[in-house]
Design a protein around this ligand. Sequence first.
Ligand code: ATP
Ligand code: MG
Length: 632
Amino acid sequence: MGNFADFHARSIQDRDAFWAEQAQLVDWKVKPQQICDYSKPPFAKWFVGGETNLCHNAVDRHLAERADQPALIFVSTETDHEKTYTYRELHAEVQRMAAILQDLGVVKGDRVLIYMPMIAEAAFAMLACVRLGAVHSVVFGGFASHSLATRIEDASPKVIISADAGSRGGKVVAYKPLLDEAIALSAHKPAKVLMVDRHLADFTPAAGRDVDYATERAKHMDALVPCVWVESTHPSYTLYTSGTTGKPKGVQRDTGGYTVALAASMPYVFEGKPGGTFFCTSDIGWVVGHSYIIYGPLIGGMATILYEGLPIRPDGGIWWRLVERYKVNVMFSAPTAIRVLKKQDPALLTKYDLSSLQALFLAGEPLDEPTAKWISEGLNGKAIIDNYWQTETGWPILSICNGVEKAPSKFGSPGKAIYGYNVKLVDDQTGEELTGANQKGVLTIDGPLPPGNLQTIWGDDERFVKTYWKTVPGKLVYSTFDWAVRDEDGYFFILGRTDDVINVAGHRLGTREIEESISSHPNIAEVAVVGVADPLKGQVAMAFAIAKDTSGLTDATARLKLEGEVMKVVDTQLGAVARPSRVFFVTALPKTRSGKLLRRAIQAVAEGRDPGDLTTMDDPAALQQIVEQIKG
Ligand code: ATP
Ligand code: MG
C-alpha cells in the first residue's frame, strides 16, 4: 500500500522509470530499449524495441503455474450451456483456431474481422489472432448489415469469423444473412469466412468462401502454433467507438503498451488476484469487453466469465447466482444494466452468497446517484466503483485505485485521475488551464497518452490529430470531449459531453447536471435532457423522462402536475435558469447498442431536424415517441 498522490505524481514526473517498472509485470521476448518515444507528438510509441505477444501474456505464460485452473467460463442462459476451460484447455483451443487461420492464409499484419455472439469461440478467435500477430476487429453482434459493411470496408479483413446465430431473450437472431448482405454491400470482399455453426439457424455456405469451423477444428486437434513475437508497437486490434456523437472512429491499439496497461490495472485499479474470478457483463464488441472480459483478467491469471444472455433471464438474480457459483471477486458492468435490474425485485440482490465479491465497477455513462445508492444498498454496502474511460483509452482514465491506496467513493464521481494520465481541465474558449476547485472545463489529457491508449485512427493519422488534438486553442492536448469539474479533493464529476453543454441566456450548463437533478424526483426512473434552440435565450433545456409509476399519468392533468414537480426540483437544486422548458413523458429513450443515450438524435428531432445516421441506435421506436411528443 502506498500513497496514491505520490504514485500518480511519479507516473507523470518520472514517467519512464514508472512504466519501466510496470513493464516487468509482463513477459518480453526482447526487452524494450526505450520506454516512451514521444519525438513526434502527438504520436506516442511505448516500449520501443521490445518484442512480445498479447496471447502469450494472456494464456501461455500461465501454463507453468495454473494450467489446470479455470481460465474461461462460458455461460449461456440462452442455450443453457455452461463450460469451464482451464488455461491448458484454452491454450489448446486457441492453437486450434490459430492453425485454422494459418490454413486460411492469415499472417502477421492481416486483419481478421470477428462478428460473433458471446460464445467461447469468439474468445478463441481474438486470442488466436493476436497469437499470430493478425489485427482483429470485433464488430458488435447486434449490428446489422449496414454498420457491419462500413466496418468491413474500413478494416479490409482477409478473413471474417462469424457464427450462424446469436440468441437474445430466447429468440434466435440469425447472423449469417446479415453478414452475407454486409459483404455484398462492401467494396472489400474477404477471401474466406469461417463459420461457427451452433445449429441455431440454417444457412447455406457460400461455395469457395465459407469454411466450417467444426470440420477444420477436427483436423487440428493437436495443433502446436507458437506465438509470433511482434514489436511492441505492432497493432493488436482496431475497434470502433460507439458512435454516440457521430461517425464511429476506428481506434487502433498497440501490443506492448496495451499488455502492460492492462497488467498494471489488475492489481492497482481492480485488485484482481491471480486465481480469482472476474465477471464483466459487457460484450466483446465493446472496449470494456476487449479489456475486461478477455485480455485484462487473463493477463492477470484470473478466470473470466463470458456471459451470453440478459441480466433478467431466467430472472433478475442470474448475475448474482453466477457470483455465488463461481466465487466472483471482481464484477464490472454498466449503469444502464443496473437501471434494468432496478426495475426487478430487490430481494434478488440478497438471495445469493456474495461474500467473494470485493467490488462492482461501473463504466460507460454517467452513474446517477439514485442508481448508485440503490445498488450499493442492495448489495449490502459493497464497494461500487464508477470509472470513466473511452474506447480510445482502452482502460480507465478516472477511478478510485484501491489497489494503491484505499479511498472512499463519492456518489456521482468516477474518482481521480489514474496514474499515467496527466488530466487537466481547460477552458475550451481560451485554452487556459482551470486549476481551481469546482471550475467547469473540458477534460483533457496532456501527451503522451499513457500505454494502452489509441495509437492513431486506423489508416488516418490526420484524422487522429485533427479530431483529438487540435480543439483546444493554442495547445496540443488530447480532448475527451467531456465536460467536467474537479472538487477540492481531486474527485472529478463528468457533466456531459462538450456537445451537450447548453447555453441558456449566457449560462453554460451540462445536461448531466440537469438530468441528475431531475432523477432525484422519486417518480423518475430515467431522463434525457437536451438543449433546444430558442429565439430568446439562445438555448433552453428540454427533458424526456421515464416515470417509475406511470399508472397515474394517463391524463394530461396528471402529466402536467408531475412536469411541474420536476421543474420545481430543478429550480430548487440548480436555479430557474436550468429549468427545462418542457418535460415530456415517454416509455423508452433512444440509445446506442451499448446503452448510451443518443442525445444528438433527440436534440435534432426536438429542433425539427433530420436525426442523421442512426445505424447504431438500438430501438427506433423510442425516437418515434419523441417525435410524436414534440408534435403534441
Ligand atoms: P463516439 O466517440 O463515437 O461518439 P462514444 O464516445 O459514446 O462514441 P465510447 O468510447 O464507447 O464511445 O464512450 C466513451 C464516452 O462515454 C466518454 O467520453 C463519456 O462521455 C462516456 N462515459 C464513459 N464512462 C463514463 C462514466 N463513468 N461517467 C460518465 N460518462 C462516461
Ligand atoms: Mg467518444
